[in-house]
Write a protein that binds this ligand. Structure first.
Ligand code: SF4
Ligand code: FES
Length: 326
């Protein structure tokens, strides 16, 4: 075990943990933001640099500070390490610069983007960015690409975090897309217009932190903050069948995996659950999904405290609400 202090809060974590993992154990303002790291995906992290922190003491054995800011998602803790995140001015200034870099080629088309309201980049810009841009050059643009019948790629919005690439490698089984080119010509592409159609390929939509990969069955159907998320499950032979339904009235507008407060999926789901089961009668409703994230997505949900409501298939809302009240 290793003792590490982050923003003045001490915690003991397992050897080999990263600074970001240690910070998440503490929670709150101590946790650096992350745009490319994704807990369930091996090898993710180290691409976007928004998680930079200052290590003011390397370890008990070698208390020298680290000379540069380090990426907390890939830097392992040492016993006696002291780290500054939100309490360090240089970290906050560097983060502002990184947000500006991430936005250099971003189209800022939030008003027409399906990811608006649940976009990590939107939240990051709100929390750490500046309101004006100094960038005068032409932004790079791309045509929209259909990655098969269900997924659309808007490369203009991509921040090259590689999460979708790792998801295709580790979850979907067979990868036919990747990052092509280098530097300012790097882009997500498929080889010879291959279609991304494996059983679990829809998960690339859930892991994308921006609106670069969107669900074609949900595109322009609704703003996410007007929908009502419900936890639901079904007996699925391919995945756990545990999902979140995004509903309006009795309509299921989209199906996603359930996500935690860091916007990471709890269990990956298959394409049948995600794209083909859009009727309430396909699902056993468990109750309202509490969205534990400070984003627009959490707006307009006047939730009652969740009590032990029995799991009854397709329980009508009025009955479920009265059960909760009692
Ligand atoms: S498409 Fe989305 S998930 Fe894939 S690299 Fe770009 S931003 Fe990341
Ligand atoms: S989250 Fe650490 S570098 Fe992207």
């Amino acid at each position: 075990m290793a003792k590490v202090t982050i923003d003045g809060v001490e915690i003991e974590v397992e050897d080999g943990s990263t600074i970001l993992q240690a910070a998440r154990k503490i929670g709150g303002h101590v946790v650096p933001p992350a745009m490319c790291y994704y807990g369930p995906l091996k090898g993710s992290g180290g691409k976007c640099r928004v998680c930079l922190v200052k290590v003011t003491q390397g370890s008990t054995k070698d208390p020298r500070p680290m000379p540069k800011l380090v990426a907390s998602c890939i830097t392992q803790v040492q016993d006696g390490m002291v780290v500054e995140n939100s309490t360090n001015e240089n970290v906050l200034t560097a983060r502002k610069g990184i947000v500006e870099m991430l936005l250099i080629n971003h189209p800022l088309d939030c008003p027409v983007c399906d990811q608006a309201g649940e976009c990590n980049l939107q939240d990051l810009s709100f929390e750490h960015g500046v309101s004006a841009t100094r960038y005068e050059e032409e932004r790079r643009t791309f045509n929209k690409v259909d990655l098969g019948p269900y997924i659309q790629l808007h490369m203009t919005r991509c921040i090259l975090c590689y999460r979708c690439v790792y998801t295709a490698d580790q979850i979907a089984g067979k990868r036919v897309h990747g990052v092509l080119g280098r530097g300012d010509t790097a882009e997500i592409g498929t080889y010879i217009e291959n279609v991304v159609d494996q059983d679990f390929s829809g998960n690339v939509i859930d892991v994308c932190p921006v609106g670069a990969l969107t669900d074609k069955t949900f595109r322009f159907k609704n703003r996410v903050w007007f929908t009502k998320p419900l936890d639901a499950h079904r007996n699925c032979p391919t995945c756990s069948g545990k999902v979140s339904l995004w509903t309006r009235g009795n309509q299921v507008l989209r199906v996603t995996a359930r996500k935690d407060k860091y916007n990471e999926v709890e269990e990956f789901i298959c394409n049948t659950c995600r794209f083909d089961k859009k009727e309430m009668s396909d699902w056993t409703i468990e109750g309202p999904r509490h969205i534990d994230r400070g984003s627009v997505i959490s707006a307009n949900h006047y939730e009652l405290p969740v009590v032990n409501v029995p799991i009854v298939p397709n329980l009508p809302k009025s009955i479920r609400t009265s059960l909760q009240k009692n």
